[in-house]
Design a protein around this ligand. Sequence first.
Ligand SMILES: Nc1ncnc2c1ncn2[C@@H]1O[C@H](COP(=O)(O)OP(=O)(O)OP(=O)(O)O)[C@@H](O)[C@H]1O
Length: 308
Amino acid sequence: MQPAIAIHGLSKTYASGLTALRNVNLEIRRGEIFALLGPNGAGKTTLISIVCGIVNPSAGRVLADGHDIVADYRAARARIGLVPQELSTDAFESVWSTVTFSRGLFGKPANPAYIEKVLRDLSLWDKKDSRIMALSGGMKRRVMIAKALAHEPQILFLDEPTAGVDVELRRGMWDMVRRLRESGVTIILTTHYIEEAQEMADRIGVIRQGEIILVEEKDALMAKLGKRQLTLTLGEPLVRIPQALQDYRLELSADGSQLVYTYDNQEHGGDIARLLQRLGEAGIEFKDLSSSESSLEEIFVSLVHSPS
Ligand SMILES: Nc1ncnc2c1ncn2[C@@H]1O[C@H](COP(=O)(O)OP(=O)(O)OP(=O)(O)O)[C@@H](O)[C@H]1O
């Protein structure tokens, strides 16, 4: 199946000489939610802006639903909806006219029934006659999404959709994005919030200094890179890790009161049973035991901060 977005060898050097993207290759599958995760200045907005035709690439090629974003701009752009980071709407216009106008920009014939559906789906129907300036911040964000959907795009870019949004509203946005995906829209979102990627994405791409350093199924990423730790609080502090336990990846806390065992998610629990048995044989007693799983956040931090 043709990908929703195909990016080949994309690079961008701004007039200032700054290279924001370096040879990016990426395919977004039809119908997926793809989260592009990266620290400030990594190149996320530049990438989205190129795909949406707002910024010119320095090199490379992008196809949106098979249409070249430069040679076949109109067809490519018609398939894409963009919800930018900044709220940009005319404060004095009503919700209805703002959204209807956006559809007209793409040369699509009027379709009040479709606009009504979009506004209802976004819980904006009862605000359709309100001026934008009279809406809350969360409602304004939803208007931005309604505008982006007005021309019935199959691919939706959300640039930092929940930046500065409270927890409740963020959950509401996530639900809404899932519903959009269920309706067949492919979704690409950028985020700083690891939790957002962890919660929403089917696949995750990590971008650092203009390079895509990783693209993985979220579940595979969690399984592959996720580590578990078992912390044993000892009955009596140890001075050093006994010879009999040298085979295990064990660390002793500075005060000798805790042993920490780090293991991969894929490893089986049998290893732990053996470790506990060996501890018993070595006469080491423990009074407490707890386990923890590393989150995507730790994985992300270790990736982004590891040397290039
Ligand atoms: N118009 C421009 N001219 C020159 N440099 C730019 C321009 N736009 C962005 N940059 C630079 O390109 C780099 C990538 O910026 P970009 O906005 O794409 O990053 P980002 O990952 O979206 O960051 P954030 O998470 O902060 O939004 C940054 O170093 C930025 O300063």
